[in-house]
Design a protein around this ligand. Sequence first.
Ligand SMILES: NC(=O)c1ccc[n+]([C@@H]2O[C@H](COP(=O)([O-])OP(=O)(O)OC[C@H]3O[C@@H](n4cnc5c(N)ncnc54)[C@H](OP(=O)(O)O)[C@@H]3O)[C@@H](O)[C@H]2O)c1
Length: 358
Amino acid sequence: MISLPVAPVHHTIEKRLKAITYPKYGPPDVLQLKEVEKPVPKDDEVLIRVRAVEATKSDCEMRSFKFAVKWFWLPLRIAFGVRKPRRQNLGGYFSGEVEMLGKDVTEFSTGDQVFGTAGLKLGAYGEYVALPASYTIVAKPSNMSFQDAAAVPLGGLNALHFMRLARIQARDKVLINGAGGSIGAHGVQIAKSMGAEVTAVDSTIKEDLLRRMGADHFIDYTKENFATMGRTYDVIFDMVAGSPYAASIRALNPNGRYLTANPRLSVMLRSVFTSRFSEKTAKFAFAQEAREELLALRQMIEDGKIGSIVDIVYPMEQAADAHNRVETEQRLGAVVIAIDDRVDDSHADCTNLNGRFL
Ligand SMILES: NC(=O)c1ccc[n+]([C@@H]2O[C@H](COP(=O)([O-])OP(=O)(O)OC[C@H]3O[C@@H](n4cnc5c(N)ncnc54)[C@H](OP(=O)(O)O)[C@@H]3O)[C@@H](O)[C@H]2O)c1
């Protein structure tokens, strides 16, 4: 277990808060628990007391500045700081309670229990975050704890966006490559709720979890290549950077749809040709993470169609362990950091489909 270096915390100073920061790029142990200024919401912002945040692959990629898709590197390095991170906060997907409203905010009330995304502002790895009220932040599902709810927006918003793009019909054969990750596992549940027959592709340790999510078939990518097994699909949703493009397109039925969340430049170009010159469609996309999509996800959770998939909840002091767990890919579901150590009694039913905690 790695405990973060802790700078002195003066609890009597109310204008400061604890946050997990990264003063330089590097391995998980660059993360530090620090006291920082408490943000003051602008007129159009809400101040949120964060209760839980997902530790995501993107957080790890930003911390280490290593990306699966190489062309991201240069534009992101210029945007985020060449020598060291310009803004040292992480955390894009969270749950919490509204504590204060900017004077122009009408859509929230203090005390509202919410979940959502911090967009490019990030900053949910701390006790408080101030965000524009227009961001994708909505009331948390009534049947879900803060910790479970924090595990939904990243995977759920991205999966729903792509599953809708795929125009899934009942009984469509849908293959999800990288199905055991945050996005893929939500994709499995959402595709099932749309009536699809789902094949999940991931490594051996994910099979049991994916079958519990509802996957009808499982292919272990460490033993078999889905694209050369002679089976075909109406939809292939691919989260894996570097998947063989031509073989994946061959594994589509006529009118099949290939969607990739992780496109290399060559795939972006080739997908234009596939869509124009064949009866198959290939799409790459960056999910918009829209408020309407988060509302739809909340409804699906409250209707019992999908659940949260939490692997382990770590305290703030063990954020480096949380990042290690995400990077080493041993996790089964989302890794969550509890930002607030109050007992999480905000839910009626446990909707975590995994149910393993530290
Ligand atoms: N386009 C967008 O809008 C968008 C938005 C967010 C994220 N993304 C990107 O989408 C990707 C997926 O995100 P995520 O958060 O779901 O990632 P993740 O949680 O790391 O999931 C990736 C999954 O793929 C599995 N995997 C690795 N190699 C594989 C292979 N060759 N075949 C099949 N499965 C394989 C991994 O399992 P093992 O490694 O354990 O084998 C893991 O379960 C990330 O690279 C992220 O940057 C795109």
